[in-house]
Design a protein around this ligand. Structure first.
Ligand code: 3HC
Ligand code: NAI
Length: 697
């Protein structure tokens, strides 16, 4: 069955795009459009053609799943569809309600006329996939709306309300009321008035100082787009719209699109697009699993995390009650929340009235009785099993049946926490990342007994508070922190072996991480890692000590908050300054360990840190802690500053080649003086996939 439906309304043919969920312009739909146009052309009773989608979406653009497959180019490809429209001798009118993105908007721009609901959303988001509009968008949009607005839309990839382009040639009419009724009326008017057919290709882009504008645009974009080739190529393509005849411009756009389609960056960004959407699919949880309604939330602990977590719910319009042990702690938490809103008001991102409205949803209490009616409680007290036990026993006593009891613990055993209650099926982990009101990632920890309904509710709630939720099983550190511990360990070992903090951070930042491992440790607070190491030393007395990091902590150097860590910090500043005292400590520790420092290459730094993530990621995957490799990638892209243009650690390993990655690990395992050769044995899953020539993703 075709997914473009043909209907006749008097003298107008309507071709309705119907390829859910987003009317992606896959092969079937493209063929349906062309067939519809041919049929309308052949029918003398038809005088005009309307292309329309659903109320939600005109078209989300080319079907990205076809990219890199023969289906993408098989006839009729998108260029052919557009050619059919442009050469049709009857007026073709695009009627846009909902979203028209990428190839969807390009299809509309090739039509003779366009009408839209003012609320429709339009955009050319290809740049976000490491691409540029490849079906004439870079040539037609500047002709229809002018050079500067077109370049802004193309380079930003943002979607905007169609109404923003009122008064330009992009839209001939805005429809109030029913889109189809309005589009048919417009089509009849075009026919009755015998309006000449208009094509964007026949327009010229006028700009008084185009050359200077492109120079300025390139300078700014080059700075911002460092590791991403697409934005500058967008400028090249748009420049052709100004300087070249239309068809030559199209050729240039096509060539640039093909180059980008082959780029590593685009492959990584497309992987991230689908990976992010896959996180919400849990194999044993059907989409129609019932969920519980969350109309109010209780939070235990108004510290760093508790107050940050509260902001998410206030922003979503959900009332929050925070409970603390002391009034001062409550006051500090409330002051923090208020200061976040004040900061946003100062930056012009929020009005005072909005802030007041959100603050009015916040209640504070010292008494558990005030939590007896809430639908969800999130515990964010000290990371101590004894304290968690007290809290969960109390919650079990006071909370209403059906309330979800969540812990924000970052390392403790969630199953044990659940066992403190008589309703472990209602207990779940909601692991927010700091600052909790800013970071997109939310690890949702599924305990042994967590009910499906509770998990489904948490995933749904995550969307409501605009988090990217990734499901993790229970283990020490869950997905993200368990892997980062391996990465940090490699950084610390390389300090012992001969690298400096600056060299390690520089190598990792050049790879594309937002921040190197030692600067990150200084930001997070050295005491947190130290507390975890001490717990590990106690659990496993023979394990290797991280002497340099421990020594710095013994000296009270906990990073930025104490003005000194692996670097020193001037009061009130965040710049990490090299510190001769750290060099002295490193040298002293090397002597005690009997290590003669060696020169370590940047390549080794990157491989050891990144492959440490990959090997632990592979173990996490084979243990079933993560549902899929792409979930691990999303954890790293949204929570740990892994370079997005590399697609996440597992995708990166796939691109390097798992055999090569495994061989390098084996080499690390055999290095003279290696202290963690067991760790460097490739994880069985990695070894198996490598041997079979397969990939994680
Ligand atoms: N191709 C294939 N699948 C697509 C798609 C596309 N262009 N856009 C969305 N999908 C899929 C998603 O993967 C998801 O699949 P799933 O249900 O299996 O997980 C499903 O459609 C629904 O997507 P969302 O969850 O994102 O739905 P929303 O309603 O939240 O958002 C949207 C809808 C705004 C259209 C959003 O999906 C989106 O931004 N899509 C990408 C748009 C885009 O980048 N278009 C450009 C494509 S490239 C192009 O057109 C090249 C051309 O210039 C030649
Ligand atoms: P914090 O020390 O800033 O805040 C903890 C708060 O809990 C304090 O205000 C304290 O008064 C309160 N509290 C302690 N015992 C209590 C009790 N019995 N009843 C009510 N309130 C009590 O700690 P932070 O950083 O907010 O951490 C909280 C939890 O979040 C911990 O489990 C931690 O592991 C986890 N976490 C921390 C992250 C971080 O980066 N700080 C990141 C992710 C999770």
């Amino acid at each position: 069955m075709s997914n473009a439906h043909y209907e006749q309304h008097g003298k107008v043919a309507v071709i309705r795009l119907d390829n859910p969920p987003v009317n992606g312009l896959g092969h079937e739909l493209r063929r349906g459009i062309v067939d519809g146009i041919k049929r309308a052309e052949a029918d003398d009773a038809i005088k005009a053609i309307v292309l329309i989608g659903s109320d939600q979406v005109f078209s989300g653009g080319a079907d990205i799943r076809e990219f890199g497959t023969p289906k993408m180019v098989v006839e009729p490809n998108l260029h052919t569809v557009i050619h059919f429209i442009e050469t049709c001798d009857k007026p073709v009118i695009a009627a846009i309600g909902g979203t028209a993105l990428g190839g969807g908007l390009e299809l509309a721009m090739a039509c003779h006329f366009r009408v839209a609901l003012p609320t429709a959303k339009i955009g050319l988001p290809e740049v976000k996939l490491g691409l540029l509009p490849g079906a004439g968008g870079t040539q037609r949009l500047p002709r229809l709306v002018g050079l500067e607005p077109a370049l802004n839309l193309i380079v930003s990839g943002e979607s905007v309300p169609a109404g923003m382009f009122m008064g330009t040639q992009l839209f001939d009419e805005f429809i109030q009321g029913d889109l189809l009724v309005g589009a048919l009326a417009f089509a009849n008017k075009v026919v009755d008035e015998q309006r000449p057919l208009k094509l964007a290709r026949d327009l010229k882009v006028e700009h008084p100082k185009a050359e200077a504008f492109f120079l300025w645009a390139r300078t700014g974009i080059a700075q911002r787009a460092k590791n991403y080739p697409a934005p500058l190529k967008c400028v090249d393509a748009v420049e052709a719209a100004v300087n070249k005849p239309f068809d030559e411009g199209l050729q240039i756009e096509r060539r640039l699109f093909a180059e980008l389609l082959m780029s590593e960056e685009s492959a990584a960004l497309r992987h991230a697009f689908f990976a992010e959407r896959a996180t919400s699919k849990i194999p044993d949880i059907a989409e129609d699993t019932p969920t519980r309604e969350i109309k109010s939330v209780g939070i235990i602990g108004a510290g760093t995390m508790g107050s940050g977590i509260a902001i998410n719910f206030l922003n979503a319009g959900i009332p929050v009650t925070i409970l603390e042990v002391k009034q001062e702690a409550l006051d500090r938490g409330v002051a923090h929340i208020r200061s976040v809103y004040e900061g946003r008001i100062k930056k012009g991102k929020m009005t005072e009235a909005d802030a007041e409205q959100r603050m009015s949803l916040l209640n504070t209490t010292l008494s558990y009785d005030d939590l007896k009616d809430v639908d969800l409680v999130i515990e964010a007290v000290f990371e101590d099993m004894g304290v968690k036990e007290q809290v969960f026993r109390k919650l079990d006593e006071v909370c209403k049946p059906g309330a979800i009891l969540a812990s924000n613990t970052s390392t403790l055993d969630l199953n044990k926490i659940a066992s403190f209650t008589k309703r472990p099926e209602d207990v779940i982990g909601l692991h927010f990342f700091s600052p909790a009101n800013v970071m997109r990632l939310l690890e949702v920890i599924r305990g042994e007994k967590t009910a499906k309904e509770v998990l489904a509710t948490a995933m749904q709630l995550a969307k409501k508070i605009r988090k990217t939720a990734v499901v993790s099983g229970v283990c020490d550190g869950f997905i993200g922190n368990r892997m980062i511990a391996r990465y940090q360990t490699e950084a610390l070992l390389m300090l012992e072996e001969g690298a400096s903090p600056q060299q390690i951070d520089r190598a990792i930042e050049n790879f594309g991480f937002v921040m190197g491992p030692l600067r990150m440790a200084d930001l997070a607070g050295g005491d947190i890692g130290w507390a975890i190491r001490k717990r590990h030393y106690a659990e496993n007395p023979d394990m290797k000590r991280m002497v340099i990091a421990d020594r710095l902590c013994e000296m009270g150097r906990f990073g930025q908050k104490t003005g000194a860590g692996f670097y020193r910090y001037e009061p009130g500043r965040r710049d990490a300054l090299p510190d001769p005292e750290v060099d002295r400590v490193i040298e002293e520790c090397r002597k005690e360990l009997g290590i003669t420092p060696r020169k370590i290459s940047d390549k080794e730094i990157v491989e050891r840190c990144v492959y440490a993530l990959v090997n632990e990621g592979a173990r996490i995957l084979e243990e079933g802690i993560a549902l899929r490799a792409s979930d691990i990638d999303i954890v790293y892209l949204t929570g740990y500053g892994f370079p997005v243009f590399r697609g996440g650690p597992m995708f990166y390993a796939d691109r390097v080649g798992l055999m090569k990655v495994a061989r390098t690990m084996e080499k690390f395992a055999k290095r003279p003086g290696v202290t963690n050769s067991d760790f460097w044995q490739p994880a069985p899953l990695l070894a198996k996939l490598a041997a079979e020539g397969k990939t994680f993703n």
